[in-house]
Structures are given as structure tokens and as C-alpha cells.
Design a protein around this ligand. Structure first.
Ligand SMILES: [Zn+2]
Length: 411
């Protein structure tokens, strides 16, 4: 890594998220990390190159807590009904192979140009890791596995753990590979339990999709419905409980777990289970809307102390990879203040993924993960002004660990 001197990034408005906004705020970056944060008049006294953007806002980079890179915007399967969409997706897996890598590259680029600095990506057997690694973003690829394609639960879990370890070799700093139990309807209970135990023993995070659709709720509860039509009835569907309760029963819920969606059928009992287990949530409201999956009880979860981050999901269920746009949608959906939204998009995701000591706010000691947005916020809800600008294509530069990985020409 070439040695570069310290750099000061400064903006007309600095929103560290961990502390109140600053006018003409500055960040001193050394060796990729934030050394100090404060008014440009003070930080600027350091002997360092100053990059000052007076008519812009600087915020922490977006942390995308649940995404899939390997989809493209065109020809996405029809939405409206989750099981119908999933059936079409599965049918098209063979043809998709020829363009998955290209789609992943484009999706990652789109995320970078929208100010994303960290991404938790889930893909079958970690297939999109190369594209995440070359994007410049920091992140984790969660390798999904499908035990019926492999063998016994013991063999399936052994296989995916080896696979994740293999993927970890030769990666850029701050990119990693972990394991995902795709969902409670595609992975049997024994494989789920084993994967959860073994990954926890190693201190690994675990990603899952949970309580996403009405069909998942019906499948876990009674073993019938649209998902049984696709996957057949199996010995674990029809458990007579909610997906969240079932996930707890098979040991999938723990502080290391990040559960995507939690959109449909999250009961009062489930809302007690989630904070008790310490599992985190990734909220993907635009995907939920497209697939007829209802509205996640995000406000209830936040009130109960569940760690919540935002996720775009992938381009076959979501209109963009812009996490700030996803967050603005959530702000409108749940009538949240802009500051709550900006926190969900940044620190919330970092907390959900257990990396809040490394990123998610602009604070001394963390990596310099930053997004510069073309906006001069007004006197009202300033954070919302920033979210609206970033949602509408206003990100002009993205900085990961002090490296400018995107810079709009002319800025
Ligand atoms: Zn997903």
C-alpha cells in the first residue's frame, strides 16, 4: 500500500451522525482512518492537503445491511406475489449464469456512485465476492448454501464453511466472506442449527432472510401455500409457529445474526423474541412493497432495542442499489425524522453488522468512510434534505478508508 500523506476533507455541512452537524466541518484522515473531526478553522491548521467542498454536505458512507449484487434492472420477474416472483427467479437461474457477473459489477458500481461504503452481500456460494472485492467498497459476502444440493446436514455445513474459508484468501483489506442460511424454507432445521452453531463458535456473523412473505408465514405455520408448491412439502414445514419463533427454536437467532426483511407476520411474541436473542434486522421496504410482503414493524423494533439497518436487496426486487433512496422511502413509510433515517442508513447498519467501532459515523478512530452530497441543507429537517439529495443522485464523491473510490467528473 503506497504511503499517502494526511488529507483533510471539509464540507459546508458536516453531519457526523454521532454528534450534531457542523458548518464548515472538517475531517483529518491519516492512513485511512479519521484522526480528528471539527471546524475547518481548527482542523485546517494541521499540515495536510485540504479538499474543501463548501456547497456540499459530508455524511458517513451508507452501510447496506442486505443486498444482492447479481441481478440487473431489466427483465426482472413480475412482483406482487412473493412465491410467484421466486418461482420465476428459480426458473431463470440457468439463463442468469451468463450475465450474473456483469450484473454484479454494474450493481456494485451503482451502489458506489450512490455513496455506499460498506455492503453486506448475499449470493449463492458467495458468487458475487469478486465484484464486491473489486468495487472498492468494504464489505462481507455471505455465501448462501442449499443443503439439498450437497448432502447430509453435516456435509452441507462442512462444505459451506470450507467454501467461505477458501473465499477469504487474498481479499482486499476490509472485505470478507461469511455464511448465510438463505431462509427457513430452503434450509432444513438440522443444517440451520449446525451452521448457526459453527459460525458462532468462530465469531462469524450469519445472514438470513426471515419472515419476509405471507407465503413464508403460511409455510412455516402449516406447510402449505405458494412455497410448498415450489419446494414441495417437507418434514419441517408446518411447524405450527411463526418464522421468528421457528428460527429461535433452531438456534438461528443470536447477536451475530442479521435477519433481512422481518416484513410479514411479525407478531407481538416475535417482537419480544428478537431483542431477547439480540438478533439484528435489515429493513428492505422497497423490495417488500414490490413483492407484496407488507410493512416491517420497524418503529416497534427500534423501540424495543433491536438493531436495525437498511438494505436495498437486489435489482430484481428493488428499483435501485441506492441505500439513501431506500432510506428515504422508509422515512416516508414510517413517518420518521430525517435524522433517524440518516442514522439507519449509516450507524444503524454498522450496529446491525457489529462493525460500529469501525464505520457508520464520522468519528476519530474509525475508517474514513464518507459520502459527499450536493446539497446545502435548509433550516428545517436538514438530514432529510441530505437524504433527498442523495436519493436523487446527488452523491458526488465516495470515500472508503480515505481512498476516493468515486468522484463525479468536474467536482
Ligand atoms: Zn434478500
Amino acid at each position: 500500500m503506497p504511503e499517502t500523506g494526511p488529507v483533510i476533507f471539509a464540507a459546508g455541512t458536516l453531519m457526523p451522525v454521532s454528534s450534531p452537524p457542523l458548518q464548515d466541518g472538517a475531517v483529518l484522515v491519516r492512513d485511512g482512518r479519521i484522526e480528528s473531526v471539527g471546524p475547518l478553522s481548527e482542523v485546517g491548521r494541521e499540515n495536510a492537503e485540504v479538499r474543501f467542498f463548501p456547497n456540499y454536505a459530508m455524511v458517513p458512507g451508507a452501510v447496506n445491511a442486505h443486498a444482492h449484487l447479481g441481478f440487473r434492472r431489466k427483465d426482472r420477474p413480475e412482483g406482487g406475489k412473493f412465491s410467484g416472483w421466486l418461482g420465476k427467479l428459480i426458473e431463470r437461474l440457468p439463463e442468469k449464469e451468463s450475465w450474473t457477473a456483469e450484473a454484479a459489477r454494474d450493481s456494485a458500481r451503482e451502489a458506489v456512485e450512490a455513496g455506499t461504503t460498506y455492503m453486506a452481500e448475499s449470493s449463492p456460494y458467495g458468487e458475487c465476492l469478486p465484484q464486491l472485492a473489486e468495487s472498492g467498497m468494504a464489505g462481507t459476502v455471505f455465501a448462501e448454501f442449499f443443503p439439498h444440493e450437497i448432502g447430509t446436514p453435516e456435509e452441507a455445513v462442512g462444505y459451506i464453511l470450507d467454501k467461505a474459508r477458501g473465499l477469504q484468501e487474498g481479499l482486499p483489506r476490509r472485505v470478507d466472506a461469511r455464511v448465510s442460511v438463505h431462509s427457513v424454507y430452503t434450509v432444513d432445521p438440522e443444517s440451520s442449527r449446525l451452521a448457526a452453531r459453527r459460525t458462532r463458535e468462530m465469531g462469524w456473523k450469519l445472514a438470513i432472510h426471515l419472515s419476509e412473505s405471507p407465503e413464508e408465514v403460511e409455510f412455516v405455520q402449516s406447510g402449505t401455500g405458494g412455497l410448498a408448491d415450489i419446494f414441495g412439502s417437507n418434514e419441517w414445514g408446518g411447524a405450527g409457529v411463526s418464522p421468528v419463533r421457528y428460527a429461535q427454536d433452531v438456534e438461528l437467532l443470536a447477536p451475530e445474526t442479521i435477519a433481512a426483511h422481518l416484513a410479514t407476520g411479525v407478531s407481538g411474541e416475535d417482537l419480544e423474541i428478537l431483542p431477547r436473542t439480540g438478533a439484528a434486522a435489515a429493513h428492505c421496504p422497497r423490495s417488500n412493497e414490490y413483492l407484496g410482503c407488507g410493512v416491517s414493524p420497524v418503529v416497534d423494533m427500534l423501540e424495543r432495542g433491536v438493531r436495525v439497518g437498511m438494505g436495498t436487496d437486489g435489482l430484481w426486487s428493488s428499483p435501485s442499489m441506492n441505500l439513501f433512496e431506500e432510506t428515504l422511502f422508509a422515512v416516508e413509510l414510517h413517518a420518521l425524522e430525517g435524522a433517524v433515517g440518516l442514522e439507519l442508513a449509516t450507524l444503524g447498519g454498522a450496529r446491525a453488522l457489529g462493525i460500529e467501532g469501525e464505520t457508520g459515523t464520522i468519528e476519530a478512530g474509525k475508517w474514513a468512510d464518507l459520502a459527499l452530497v450536493e446539497v446545502v441543507p435548509g433550516d428545517g429537517d436538514a438530514e432529510r434534505d441530505v437524504l433527498e439529495a442523495a436519493a436523487g443522485g446527488g452523491v458526488v464523491a465516495t470515500v472508503v478508508g480515505g481512498d476516493v473510490i468515486y468522484n463525479r467528473p468536474g467536482v
